[in-house]
Write a protein of this length. Structure first.
Lengths: 341, 216
């Protein structure tokens, strides 16, 4: 049987593996489980490693999330006042005009404290668990632009001022690509790009095409050309725009709010899949048996060609009972035996 | 001069067609014609927002479209208010709304607020990242029919249950109906924490709220 990292690599390269990795995308769960606050864990490589490794071992799933990288908005826009006039330092809600873009600071990944912390975390995790896939959550240029503009102005710009939104995407693209390169050099197994604000719960396919697609296609290609493996998290309704996401060079889609079988039938020969146990209605609120049955069916629907990673459909809630996570792991192991002997 | 019906349609269209900059001129034009401002607000601007809501429900409009429509509506209302005498309160109920502590995602909450206002409720917006005790204090100090709380994150959603417990401890729980919402929230969660209801969307929230105050 392939090792875990080898299997994830094979899946992301479209070759298929002889096992079903169970990367539960549990980020807030380990942090809360160990009694940390989110900022506390994000600022301490030791704490982050302790809770991620500890929870993974206790619950038996695979993979380690090294953290969420928000350093770009922070470094470029953290000095600017937001729409309420406050300087929050996180770079959120600070760009509302073309002139504001000129006020952004240059990005230097080598000087970014958040990146230094992340790199240290990756190093500690690798030492602790050399065979576990490690991934980092970070944002495509459009998501960084969305943060810098703030949700309401960003959404509004998608209708009234698309040029501003696109100009900001372009402006931060190099920063995103440079950050990804550093993470690839640090040995992460994949980069995980969540796009919760660009699905059908929020914006139309038309807005996606006009404001998001082009930037994603270009940035992801640059990132992939450097050797990164990309998992695009289509967080929300993407059924009407998977054909657009297909152009964005994702090695896998971490899907949600859809049916794995349906996406597999339509796109399974073109892209690997990750997902798709509903984190709230099934993992958190379901019984152990319900979780097992759902997870088992997911594996049967998604993993026949060996190109599937079992996961929740988003971040696993800290309120999720241990036995439910363990049931999902058991289901994947049982499905693995049936599918791969 | 255009008829009142034509002007009301023009106001409605300004909101519906996301003309957030032109709407003020149309309001002025309406007023210059000598038509009733209150009628202009309700049968013009609010009507446009209701039409936008219908398209949202049908999947034709999305969050950005609704935001621009609501900006147009509020810009028009602001202009109308200059011409309105102090009037009696016609609201069908008082609502307090906020995103619980630790969570700054407020687009959903804002949509619910807009829809509630469009639906005739008097809404007090407590904002986002609201300290749990602030909800309790507000309930103590104000007459509110419905408290709406939301959370987009599983890490902060337990806060809604804590508020309900605190309201019970303060003897305030029976004074107010409680609705909860947000992406990770489900009917089962709402029931578990003792809320009176959960709705999936902003549109459903208004209908549910109307039932709670007996205005449906």
């Amino acid at each position: 049987m392939m090792g875990k990292r080898e299997a994830v690599k094979a899946i992301l390269e479209g070759k298929g593996a002889d096992r079903i990795p169970i990367i539960m995308n549990a980020f807030s769960l380990p942090v809360m489980r160990y009694g940390y606050t989110m900022p506390e864990a994000l600022m301490s490589p030791e704490k982050m490693t302790k809770c991620m490794v500890g929870t993974r071992r206790e619950l038996g799933y695979d993979g380690l999330c090294a953290g969420v990288y928000g350093g770009i908005a922070m470094m470029m826009g953290g000095h600017l006042p937001n729409s309420e006039g406050a300087i929050s330092g996180n770079g959120e809600d600070v760009i509302h005009s073309m002139d504001d873009i000129k006020k952004l600071r240059p990005y230097n990944v080598d000087e970014c404290m958040a990146m230094k912390t992340l790199l240290k975390t990756i190093e500690l995790m690798r030492e602790e668990e050399p065979d576990e896939p490690i991934y980092v959550i970070l944002h495509v240029p459009a998501a960084v632009a969305f943060t810098l503009m703030g949700a309401k102005p960003a959404f509004k710009a998608m209708i009234k001022n698309q040029e501003l939104f696109k100009a900001l995407c372009d402006h931060v693209e190099d920063a995103v690509v440079e950050s990804c390169k550093v993470l690839v050099d640090a040995g992460v197994d994949f980069l995980w790009f969540p796009m919760p604000n660009f699905g059908g719960f929020c914006i139309s396919r038309k807005s996606y095409e006009k404001c998001i697609s082009e930037s994603n296609i270009r940035a992801n290609k640059r990132i992939k050309d450097y050797g990164a493996k990309i998992v695009i998290h289509t967080c929300g309704l993407y059924d009407d725009r998977f054909d657009l996401v297909l152009k964005e060079s994702g090695d896998a889609w971490h899907i949600s709010d859809t049916q794995t079988k349906k996406v597999k039938d339509e796109y399974g020969d073109k892209v690997s899949l990750m997902g798709n146990i509903p984190c709230c209605s099934v993992l958190m609120e379901g019984t152990e048996e319900e979780v097992y049955q759902f997870a088992y069916q997911e594996c049967m629907d998604g993993a026949r060609d060996g190109r599937f990673i079992l996961s929740g459909d988003c971040d696993v809630s800290p309120l999720t009972p241990d036995e439910n996570v363990i049931a999902a792991v058991r289901a994947a192991k049982d499905a693995e035996k049936v599918l791969f002997g | 001069m255009q008829t009142k019906e034509e002007m009301l349609r023009k106001l409605s269209d300004c909101v519906f067609d996301m003309e957030d900059e032109e709407v003020v001129d149309v309001v002025k034009e309406y007023i210059e014609c000598g038509y009733d401002p209150q009628e202009g607000m309700l049968q013009g601007l609010v009507d446009g927002m209701k039409r936008a809501s219908e398209l949202y429900e049908e999947g034709e409009y999305f969050v950005p479209e609704l935001i621009v429509c609501s900006d147009a509506m509020y810009a028009g209302i602001e202009e109308f208010q200059k011409y309105l005498p102090e009037t009696e309160n016609n609201s069908i109920g008082k609502v307090a709304i906020g995103v619980v502590e630790g969570d700054t995602h407020d687009i959903g909450k804002n949509l619910v607020r807009i829809m509630m206002e469009t639906g005739g409720f008097d809404v007090h917006d407590l904002g986002r990242d609201v300290a749990l005790d602030t909800f309790v204090d507000y309930m103590r100090d104000n007459d509110v029919d419905i408290l709406c709380m939301s959370s987009l994150m599983t890490t902060t959603m337990p806060g809604m249950g804590i508020v309900i417990e605190k309201l019970k401890e303060a003897g305030l729980r029976d004074k107010v109906k409680i609705m909860v919402g947000g992406a990770p929230v489900s009917p089962a969660f709402a029931e578990k924490i003792g809320a009176d209801g959960y709705t999936r969307s902003a549109i459903e929230a208004v209908e549910f709220a109307k039932k709670l105050v007996g205005a449906a």
